[in-house]
Design a protein around this ligand. Sequence first.
Ligand code: SAH
Ligand code: SF4
Ligand code: F3S
Length: 463
Amino acid sequence: MENRAIHIKSFGCQMNKLDTGLVATALQDAGFRLTESVTEADAVIINTCSVRQHAEDRVLSNLGHLKHLKRHRPGMVVAVMGCMAQRLGNTLLEHEAVDIVCGPAQIPQLAELISQALARHEKHLAVTETIRRPVDAGDGVLDDFESAYSISDQQIPGQAFVRVMRGCNYFCTYCVVPYVRGPEACRSPKSILSQVRRLADAGVRQITFLGQTVNSYKYPSGERTYSLADLLEMATEVPGVEWIRFVTSYPCDEYYEDILRVMAESPKVCRYLHMPAQSGSDRILRAMNRHYTAAHYLEMLDRARTIVPDIAIAGDFIVGFSDETEEDFQATVDLVRRARYKNCFVFKYSPRPGTTADKRLADTIPEEVKQRRNVELLAVQDQIGEELSRAFLGCDVTVLVEGLSKKAHVNPMDAEDRPQLVGRTSTDHIVVFNGPPSLAGHFARVRITRTSALTLFGELASD
Ligand code: SAH
Ligand code: SF4
Ligand code: F3S
């Protein structure tokens, strides 16, 4: 079994990215090696996302390719893990290319399942049968797995994700996440903090706390209940940890100001809030089962800016939700104009089987209308992004350097032969500048000389 090669392809959100990292480490621990090449792999793992149809279509097209590849390599094992594995279960196992279907809660078993499939060529299904039922024992196994195999991000040195909670209890009517990731389950502050300490000892400088609704983190222990604000505060005290982020926040007043105060008080808590609004129309927000109005949401942004004046805010929107009128859409445009986001993500509504919206509401908005609204909303945001970026011109900012910029190969080196690097500020602004690649994983000061809606450009500051 030793040194069998595994190729992993990952789709979806940061939760999935984290799971991919954990699985990769566990497989290496079990004696496998990772390969970039699909054609030389003994086993291929696809970590999947179900949030929109497009995400599932990409996986299905990958499986189509793998079906052909397997005709030449009959011994190859294909495992599908992640949200689509949980959603489709047996249906996916029936696909000619697929040998293993492994849900997000079963990932601790994956290395063993792959070993067995390589030896015996039997199909295997490992998913949660009753996804909405909390399973404490299973959670313990997942917690141990996470603690054992959590390492720094493989692409970005010096950074790591730490999951503080799993699942979601909100049930927004359009969203599949509660059906594939199960109910909310918070990890204990003790295991979270010991994981943070271990990562910091291994050289990690930035920790990102992950949760679908990370600000609803709650852990009762004896007399008190720990909140995300408490976790952030405790993490700032861990030696070696320089920056701490958290994503994603649900617009909710509980603990909101506590979290912002910890941010205001500690320069280690990054000045960034990703808090999706989804729509600016109260009628649509109600149909989405989002528990706030546009006015309340905007008031929350005001409060954030009062408590943390230099905070940057990002949002998500869905355009073309069932029955979204032009007036509803204009209310969203209006909210984006007022919110003054650093950036926002805009998605076209994609009905998900099994969700309340799919069962009760029709997908009434034609694709071309969704597309037009998508483009229009992004154009409004683009202008705001440009205005906000311009304020950085001539300023020096601190960035945590991620590594070579994706465009480093097309752009010229500078006069000193240094390639283009990319880093991020505490406010999550992307900064591109020339410098030595050895800066990756370290902090640098950069003077901003040029800006665009999504990127700041600059030069290493000499101080
Ligand atoms: N837990 C996060 C978001 C998870 S999904 C939160 O609640 O903020 C990421 C984004 O995908 C959502 O914010 C939403 O904008 C979008 N999304 C979710 N379901 C969708 C659907 N059915 N169609 C289109 N976009 C969707
Ligand atoms: Fe989905 Fe809503 Fe939960 Fe976010 S809060 S994961 S959008 S159900
Ligand atoms: Fe997708 Fe699952 Fe994340 S559905 S967005 S990978 S939680």
